[in-house]
Design a protein. Structure first.
Length: 134
């Protein structure tokens, strides 16, 4: 019902590879050669908004490929972008430390999930929302 640390890690790797591929493709186009240096900022913006926006829309590429979704802990709704940003930056700030609690938490929630009020669940059609006691 809750994906393992390994699957979550592999989804993150897939997302990073996808983002770097986008940056590489963009760097090969004439659009990357601007006078104003805007090309230096958009990769940072891409890293900052990719996960929150994609999670709000349904899932990131990695989450989709590995078959899980991030939802709010209360009600199992799609994560608002602001909450996704809180989740992402707490994950970046805490780094590996964020995942220390995950193996012993009954819902496999990492610290950044707890901070942002989210949960990671398997993506199964017509799945009932898990109860908090699960």
């Amino acid at each position: 019902m809750y994906p393992s640390l390994l699957r979550r890690y592999l989804a993150t790797v897939a997302d990073v590879v996808f983002i770097f591929a986008l940056i590489y493709i963009y760097a090969q186009t004439p659009l990357s050669r601007t006078e104003f240096g805007a090309s230096a900022w958009w990769p940072l913006l891409l890293f900052a908004l990719y996960e929150p926006v994609c999670t709000r829309a349904g899932s990131t590429i990695g989450q989709f490929l590995l078959g899980f979704r991030v939802r709010t802990i209360k009600g199992g709704r799609k994560v608002p972008v602001w909450r996704g940003i809180v989740r992402l930056f707490s994950k970046y700030l805490l780094g590996v430390v964020s995942f220390i609690k995950m193996p012993v938490h009954r819902q496999r929630r990492a610290l950044h999930d707890i901070i942002s009020g989210t949960i990671v669940i398997e993506a199964k059609p017509n799945q009932d929302w898990p109860s908090p006691a699960a």
